[in-house]
Structure formats: C-alpha cells, structure tokens
Design a protein around this ligand. Structure first.
Ligand SMILES: Nc1ncnc2c1ncn2[C@@H]1O[C@H](COP(=O)(O)OP(=O)(O)OP(=O)(O)O)[C@@H](O)[C@H]1O
Length: 303
C-alpha cells in the first residue's frame, strides 16, 4: 500500500506536485495518468525518497521508504530504463543490485528468465535496444520480490508483443496481492491492464476511481445529426430536454436523446435527416477532455 498525504513539491516558481493525497491499494493495477509535465515522475520519485517533498508525506507499507533498509525488498521500481551502466552485462548489473540489497544472487537468473532476457544475460547493456532496457528495468524491479511495484512509462519502446507481455505481467503481479502503480500519459496503454485510475494535471488530483467508474462517467454517447434545417430541429430537441451543440461542420451533436427518438421527432416535423450517427467517446477522448485544461504544452491546433 502507498499512502500519499498533502504531498507537494516546488521547483522555484513551478509547483510540480500540489497537495496530492491518495492511496494506492494492493491487489490492483493502478494507472497513474496525466499529460506531460503533470507531476507523475516527481510523485514516483518522492514515493521512493529520491526527491524530497516540499511538504506532505508519503509512506510505503506504512513507513517512509528512506527508513526501510534493503529497499528493493520493499518496493521495486522502473523509473528510467536508460539509467544503467552501459559497460556492464545485464547479469552483472542485476547481481550488483542483489548484493547491495541483501538479495540472493540466485534471483538474478530467475528474473532474467521472467523478463525473457536469459539469452542476453551476458551481453553489455550498452548494446541493448530500448525495449531490452525496459525489460532489464522490470527485472531489477522484480529482483527483491517486493510487495510494492512502481513503473514510470513502462511501455516506451516496447513492440506490440512486449506491450501485451507487460500488461499480462502487471495483472499477474496484482493478482498475487501486490500494489502495482504504473504511470503513463496515454489512456490507451492503461485501459487494458489497469483496474484503478489516478488522474493528475498540473500536480493536482483530477480523478481517483475504478476504470469501470471512469468508463461509465466518460463513455457518454452523443448522436450526430445532419439536416438541412438545423435551427428548427435544434429548437425541438432542446424543448424535448436534449442538449444540442452545433458543430462547425454544420452537424448537431445531441446528448440526452436516443437516435430513434430524434428520428421520430424529425419525422413528426417533416424535417429531412441526412445523417444520424450514435458516437461513444473512447476512453482516450474522455481522458483528453478531462485533462485538456491542464496540458502544459498545447499545440497550436488544440488552442
Ligand atoms: N528537477 C527539476 N527541476 C525543475 N523543474 C522540474 C524538475 N523535475 C520536474 N520539474 C518540473 O515539474 C513539472 C512536473 O514534471 P514531471 O516530470 O514530474 O511530470 P510528468 O507527469 O512525469 O511528465 P512526463 O510525462 O513528461 O514525464 C514539470 O513542469 C517539470 O518541468
């Protein structure tokens, strides 16, 4: 379990993390989502005691991580896959970590096998692809068989097979009763493996709920209506309780009425319909709408 209470980190005039309070529970994969610069990495670093909070507290299994001896046995993390000594072999890198954390060196080959790197165990890490480095980082996180696991953007650089494998691994780790906290700036990466979501923007908590709750709230459908007489139809639909948004392409986006009901009302008024399409927002769209106001570097197109 990870408990975060009033966590804040400022860098000069930038508030990277702003009074964040949340609990990450065992037995779940919790997706930690937010646009670039939202404060995800800073939060993960504070959980691990690598960055000191300006104020607030964070504990891992009830204790400040810095106060836990032999850290890798309590929490394993993949923060930056590039952050390894390129001159060492994968096996030597993991063996050094095992020794400094009081972990049996026998674990090294076990985790290398688990991440599919056993045939590359003796090769220098400097020659590894980004995907292989991600796997090595995951192996390091698993080394101490910890109850808490943190992964920062673990899907970066993985091919589709690698993505599937990582999703399955996360689900299995959660099913074993571990706390699995995974950051990403893409909802699409999380919707197939997370069952809980924490969404932040500009360092502040925007949502903390189950994926099912998010999907139910976000997946509202709307009906796109194209008609030569949008003004009259729009007025009628509004009177019937719908909310109607005229779009720049001349269509009406209608929520609150089904396509069938809209067709019946149009027929009653003898207003022709040229298009009637029900559209359900994807989770990615819902996530982008939720965080739109908190995007640090919006492209000109989105402004
Ligand atoms: N060491 C630092 N010095 C100054 N500013 C920092 C530092 N670390 C982070 N920041 C700033 O804090 C904010 C949050 O950054 P952080 O890396 O935590 O976000 P993130 O959600 O992980 O983003 P990304 O998805 O781009 O990795 C950003 O505005 C960033 O520029």
């Amino acid at each position: 379990m990870i408990e975060i209470d009033g966590l804040t980190r400022r860098y000069g005039r930038t508030t990277a993390v702003d009074h964040l309070s949340l609990t990450v529970r065992p037995g779940h994969v919790t997706g930690f989502l937010g646009p670039n610069g939202a404060g995800k990495s800073t939060t993960l670093r504070m959980i691990l005691g690598l960055t000191t909070p300006t104020s607030g507290t964070v504990t891992v299994s009830g204790v400040r991580f810095r106060d836990l001896p032999r850290g890798l046995r309590h929490a394993g993390a993949l923060l930056d896959a590039g952050d390894v000594h390129g001159g060492r072999s994968a096996r030597a890198h993991l063996a050094a970590l095992a020794r400094s954390n009081g972990i049996s060196v026998g674990r090294v080959d076990e985790v290398l096998r688990q991440v599919g790197l056993e045939s590359a165990a003796g090769r220098r890490v400097g020659g590894f692809s980004l995907g292989m480095r991600q796997r090595l980082g995951i192996a390091a996180a698993l080394l101490g068989d910890p109850p808490v696991l943190l992964f920062d953007e673990p899907f970066n650089g993985l091919d589709p097979e690698g993505v599937r494998w990582v999703r399955k691994l996360f689900r299995r780790l959660a099913a074993e009763g571990r706390t699995v906290f995974v950051s990403s700036h893409l909802m699409g990466e999380m919707e197939h493996c997370a069952d809980h979501l924490v969404v932040i923007g500009r360092g502040r908590l925007i949502a903390e709920e189950s994926l099912a709750e998010f999907a139910a709230r976000a997946g509202r459908s709307e009906v796109v209506v194209r008609t030569p007489d949008p003004a009259s139809l729009g007025t009628t639909l509004t009177t019937e309780g719908a909310s109607v948004r005229p779009d720049p392409d001349g269509t009406l986006a209608v929520t609150g009425l089904t396509a069938e009901r809209i067709a019946e009302l149009a027929l009653g008024l003898r207003i022709p319909l040229h298009e009637l399409t029900t559209r359900t927002a994807s989770l990615e769209e819902a996530f982008m709408a939720l965080t739109a106001a908190d995007v640090e570097y919006a492209t000109g197109e989105d402004r």
